[in-house]
Design a protein around this ligand. Structure first.
Ligand code: SF4
Ligand code: SF4
Ligand code: FES
Length: 284
């Protein structure tokens, strides 16, 4: 139990933080307990900074600082995702006072389980970005000349597109998805960087692409310039690891920190791929 601060009613003196650590890719994980002095309005990143500064476990053992990933500290970059008290979320916006209402005894920090661990709480989200590449989640406007103003976007389309454009590639939807299973390849002896990357890309392309990439395909297919790649995006979604792998469990939509209507995107993508398949059949 957390000891209560005798000077402040119902306020703990210490926060027990249990961290799942792993020293390197492929190594056995282990748990470590840290004790941090309570202060109001801490977030999980501050707790990790305190753990790094102390670098000592609750039983006085000197340890290496815990590694984690973060960038913006305002729920925009998507890099600080971890499993906190059993739920995937952003550590920068996870407030300790709120978490202690969920579990007053301890704060439990784990890396996402669907991506290979690089070290401690830091994971390799390469597969997530490969998924965005696979569905060409961009507007193709690169050029060396001024192409003038883009096409106007109808208000209706703006309203549909804006929520989808807030995706920060955090991976929460992928962590929660039962169909998105971990792909972790081990480098073979003597394998070159290029050969390993090629093997990794192939494995990532064959595995389920996930809700975020499906939703981004819907976003860019509804953009006046992005539409030019619509067929290629739908082809990607109809191929291996595409939309057919979605089991419609709807876990993704319930954990998205940006409240993106992912299941609506999945339904739209499903309809578009069916129409695309019929059109292709008639074009034969
Ligand atoms: S609806 Fe599809 S993408 Fe979302 S959690 Fe379920 S299986 Fe995964
Ligand atoms: S769809 Fe939501 S949960 Fe998934 S990566 Fe984007 S912001 Fe994160
Ligand atoms: S640090 Fe950028 S989303 Fe948390």
């Amino acid at each position: 139990m957390i000891a209560l601060d005798p000077n402040v009613k119902n306020r703990p003196e210490w926060i027990n933080v249990r961290v799942r650590r792993q020293d390197a890719p492929g190594q056995e994980p282990y748990w470590e307990l840290h004790k941090i002095a309570y202060e109001p309005e801490l977030n999980v990143i501050t707790i990790l900074q305190r753990i790094a500064a102390q670098a000592t476990t609750s039983d006085g053992k000197k340890v290496n600082p815990v590694t984690w990933d973060c960038g913006c500290l305002e729920e925009v970059c998507g890099s600080c995702t971890m499993v906190i008290n059993g739920k995937v979320r952003q550590s920068c916006s996870a407030l300790v006072d709120t978490l202690m209402k969920e579990d007053p005894d301890e704060l439990v920090l784990e890396p996402m389980s669907k991506f290979p661990v690089i070290r401690d709480l830091m994971v390799d989200r390469k597969r997530l970005f490969r998924g965005l590449q696979k569905v060409k989640a961009w507007v193709p406007v690169d050029s060396y000349y001024n192409m003038g103003a883009g096409e106007r976007i109808l208000m209706d389309d703006q309203e549909q597109n804006y929520p989808l454009s807030q995706c920060m590639s955090c991976g929460c939807c992928l962590e929660a998805c039962p169909q998105y299973t971990k792909v972790e390849l081990v480098r073979e002896e003597g394998e070159s960087d290029e050969a390993f990357e090629e093997r990794q890309n192939k494995a990532h392309d064959e595995a389920f692409v996930g809700a975020n990439a499906i939703s981004q395909a819907v976003l860019f297919n509804n953009h006046p310039t992005g539409k030019s790649l619509a067929g290629e995006r739908l082809d990607a979604l109809m191929g291996p690891g595409g939309i057919a792998a979605c089991g419609n469990a709807q876990n993704c939509v319930s954990v998205c920190p940006k409240e993106i209507p992912l299941t609506t995107s999945i339904a739209k993508a499903g309809r578009s791929t069916t129409i695309h398949a019929i059109k292709k059949w008639f074009e034969k």
